[in-house]
Design a protein around this ligand. Structure first.
Ligand SMILES: Nc1ncnc2c1ncn2[C@@H]1O[C@H](COP(=O)(O)OP(=O)(O)OP(=O)(O)O)[C@@H](O)[C@H]1O
Ligand SMILES: [Mg+2]
Length: 272
């Protein structure tokens, strides 16, 4: 069974224009995929993420059709709390996710709702805080944190629930290089342990180095889906929809070209 199976998913927000944000999407995500979703600003990535954890259609108004199944369970039929045991979403906007007074309460909330015993709840929360490097912020009030620190609390609170599928919507947008690397390394380690990762991201360089699948959103659908090497080769297409190609991939291509030239020159010398 696929971790996620999406069939004919369409979604319109109910504003005066009835914007069609997702138009007949079909997608399968396998267990252990580490998929990066890229797309221009406003292309529908966050809307798609909200369909994965069931907020659409269960809490957010709009016109929804098709099916989204998380490990075989339709999001339309399941309760959001039930789905959150299997799929955890780190929101793009930390302020939409954070609600508790202190960091520790925030990170405790998820495991508390899984019905675990007190020791296990605290162990999970402390581990998640340590993993994300914010253990020292444990007793701080969330509203007093910097944007980057809030982002780490959001990640920690999802990690503490230990869901099988993690969806992260630009989780490192406010983080520096060191923290970004730490988060990517955590995701890689979790993926190796069997977790399915879906990462919505504008930082293509990171995706190129960590994801094993890249999905491109454009025109309300996923227009490309493949291995990072194959997708990022399509530089003219990506440019035409406002996306960039990873610098390290460009550099690798240049080195390959140079090597070919040198080898041709050397062959020419030998023939002379
Ligand atoms: N609650 C809402 N009501 C009406 N329209 C919305 C709502 N949320 C998003 N939209 C519209 O839906 C479209 C897709 O928005 P979405 O936030 O999913 O894009 P995105 O790809 O995540 O963009 P970004 O890269 O900026 O995060 C945009 O045109 C946006 O204005
Ligand atoms: Mg978004």
């Amino acid at each position: 069974m696929n971790a996620i199976q999406i069939n004919n998913l369409s979604f319109f927000y109910e504003n005066e224009n009835k914007t069609c944000v997702l138009n007949n999407i079909n997608l399968s995500i396998k267990k252990r995929d580490f998929a990066g979703i890229i797309g221009a600003t406003g292309s529908g990535k966050t809307t798609f993420a909200l369909c994965l954890n069931g907020l659409i259609p269960n809490s957010i108004n709009g016109i929804f059709s098709g099916t989204v199944k998380i490990k075989g369970i339709s999001t339309k039929k399941a309760r959001i709390a039930e789905l959150s045991k299997t799929i955890g979403l780190v929101f793009q906007d930390p302020d939409s996710q954070l609600f508790a007074l202190t960091v520790f309460d925030e990170v405790l909330f998820g495991p508390e709702n899984l019905g675990l015993d007190k020791n296990e709840i605290e162990k999970r929360a402390n581990n998640a805080l340590k993993m994300t490097g914010i253990y020292d912020l444990k007793n701080r009030e969330t509203h007093s944190l910097s944007d980057g620190q809030k982002q780490k609390v959001c990640i920690a609170s999802i990690l503490a629930m230990d869901p099988e599928i993690l969806v992260l919507d630009e989780p490192t947008a406010k983080l520096d290089y060191k923290s970004t690397k730490e988060i990517y390394e955590i995701l890689r380690a979790l993926n190796k342990k069997g977790k399915t990762i879906i990462l919505i991201e504008h930082k293509v360089e990171w995706l190129y180095n960590y994801a094993n699948r890249i999905i491109v959103m454009n025109n309300s659908n996923f227009e490309l889906d493949g291995k990072p090497n194959e997708i990022f080769k399509k530089s003219s297409y990506l440019k035409s929809i406002g996306l960039e190609v990873p610098q390290s991939m460009k550099l690798k291509e240049k080195i390959k070209k140079l090597e070919r030239k040198i080898s041709q020159m050397t062959k020419g010398d030998l023939l002379d």
